[in-house]
Design a protein around this ligand. Structure first.
Ligand code: PXG
Length: 466
């Protein structure tokens, strides 16, 4: 068998990658011609690639490495757990210590009566579980016709059939006949792109009231739940106007529908609290968790479920016919528990709130002085800037949406910075342990990349507004 190591030349690794590895959300043909960037090592907020570049990862991997890369304690706990009990299932009336300990810890951290954890291997799986959970709940309550789940356009809830259907990504729905029946979408609270002449406050209310209109249109007796990310992540770090979530909460309360907060990105410190629901002031019945739960050191996700829903399912007198082989996987659960201990003991969320956020917020806002940058948003350590050819009008570029964002991301990559683009918005979610010195380096690289992007757009005549 060929032994593939970090010491192989990059070109050979790229050739094998192109020959055998299908990448997620990727044009594999185009990537094969270009060659993937091969990441070989991570420490703190820093990545190293196979060419020896030191890259500042302002995306924490894929929004997940909250405690930073390379923590030895996590490696040690994983090794110990693998020796002790590498796997056992939690079906058939069995349990094990890591699954119990982690569920207990999550229940302690989660607000209100969110006291019960159904494990999954990822955020997508957890959202599939949520579809089953809420429909099962209403069935047991004697309201089996309550099956419809309302979500939002440009939401991201995963890539399984259920997750992608809950999500509102047009590009995903265009491939493979999605969404599945019983899932409908309303508008997103993206004031910058869609707010027109309304104030943010007016627009937030208007978009929230689309939920009420949709419930009335469908018939309240048919609606099971509303799902939303407290702050949309993959959609472009869309921070809703302050009026939005209180009105959504009112509507869910008034019509008695379940509220699911998808905390896959916003959970575990990202917004400066344990959960984004606390930052946005909402009281969900179910939370979806993954990513920051283990800081990406092991794949694990789940649903945190309130007493009423979990209690109803427990009182059914028969099995809930749902589960995954790796529900509460002992190695992943041990890793997640250690990750939560590190977040707590090292007061990393305090660091976000008191140090990293305030330090970055000022500099991030300062980027709006750049000719390309319209609004800048930052909640905790998730942020976005809107690129625009005309700030006053909040105009789009004349080019195909995403053209400018892609060019900016390419400049960032060339400057050893991972900052992503969604359309023509640039987004960040660095590891929560980022220091002020690292924030300085980040802003320096981001500014250089924006300058180079601007110069390139000018040279290519792409600064025109639509
Ligand atoms: N919900 C939310 C809010 C997410 O952000 C998922 C569910 C699905 O989790 P899993 O673990 O199944 O991937 C996510 C995942 C991007 C990007 O381009 C974001 C995610 C996944 C892949 C790409 O920003 N978020």
């Amino acid at each position: 068998m060929t032994r593939i190591t970090n010491h192989m030349p990059t070109r050979e690794l790229q050739a094998l990658d192109a020959a055998h590895h299908m990448h997620p959300f990727t044009d594999d043909g185009a990537l094969a011609r270009k060659g993937a960037r091969i990441i070989t090592r991570g420490r703190g907020v820093w990545l190293t690639d196979s060419e020896g570049h030191e890259i500042l990862d302002a995306m924490a991997g894929l929004w997940c490495v909250n405690i930073g890369y390379g923590r030895r304690e996590i490696a040690e706990i994983a090794a110990r757990q693998m020796e002790e009990l590498c796997y056992y299932n939690t079906f058939f009336q069995t349990s094990h210590v890591p699954a119990i300990a982690l569920a207990t810890k999550i229940a302690e951290l989660a607000p209100g009566d969110l006291n019960h954890v159904f494990y999954a291997g990822s955020g997508s799986e957890a959202n599939d579980t949520n579809i089953r959970l809420v429909r099962r709940y209403w069935d047991l309550k004697g309201q089996p016709e309550r099956t419809v789940i309302i979500s939002r356009r440009n939401a991201y809830h995963g890539s399984t059939m259920g997750g992608a259907s809950l999500g509102g990504m047009a590009g995903m729905h265009a491939q493979g006949g999605l969404p599945i029946p019983g899932i409908v979408h309303i508008g997103q609270p993206d004031w910058w792109s869609e707010g027109g002449d309304m104030t943010p406050a007016e627009f937030g209310l208007a978009r929230a009231r689309e939920l009420e209109n949709k419930i009335r249109e469908i018939g309240p007796e048919r609606v099971a739940a509303f799902i939303g990310e407290p702050i949309q992540g993959a959609g472009g770090v869309i921070v809703p106007p302050e009026t939005y979530w209180p009105e959504i909460q009112r509507i869910c309360d008034d019509y008695g529908i379940l509220l699911i907060a998808d905390e896959v990105i916003t959970g575990f410190g990202r917004t400066g609290n344990w959960f984004g629901s606390q930052t946005m002031g909402i009281r969900p019945h179910i939370m979806t968790i993954a990513k920051g739960l283990s800081s990406g050191y092991a794949p694990i996700g789940g649903s945190i479920v309130c007493d009423e829903v979990a209690g109803t399912i427990a009182a059914a007198g028969e099995d809930f016919n749902h589960g995954y082989t790796y529900c509460g996987h002992p190695v992943a659960a041990s890793v997640a528990l250690k990750n939560l201990e590190i977040l707590e003991e090292e007061r990393i969320i305090d660091h976000v709130r008191d140090v990293a956020h305030p330090y970055l917020a000022e500099k991030w806002q300062g980027l709006t002085a750049h000719p390309l940058v319209g609004e800048a948003k930052l909640v905790g350590l998730m942020g976005s800037i809107a690129l625009t050819p005309d700030k006053e009008r909040r105009a789009r570029f004349a080019s195909e949406p995403g053209t400018v964002g892609y060019r900016c991301r390419e400049r960032c990559f060339a400057n050893d910075l991972v900052m992503r683009h969604v359309g023509d918005r640039m987004i960040i979610a660095p590891p929560l342990v980022i220091t002020p010195e690292e924030i300085d380096i980040f802003i320096e690289r981001a500014t250089k990349s924006l300058d180079e992007c601007y110069a390139g757009l000018k040279a290519d005549g792409l600064l025109r507004a639509a």
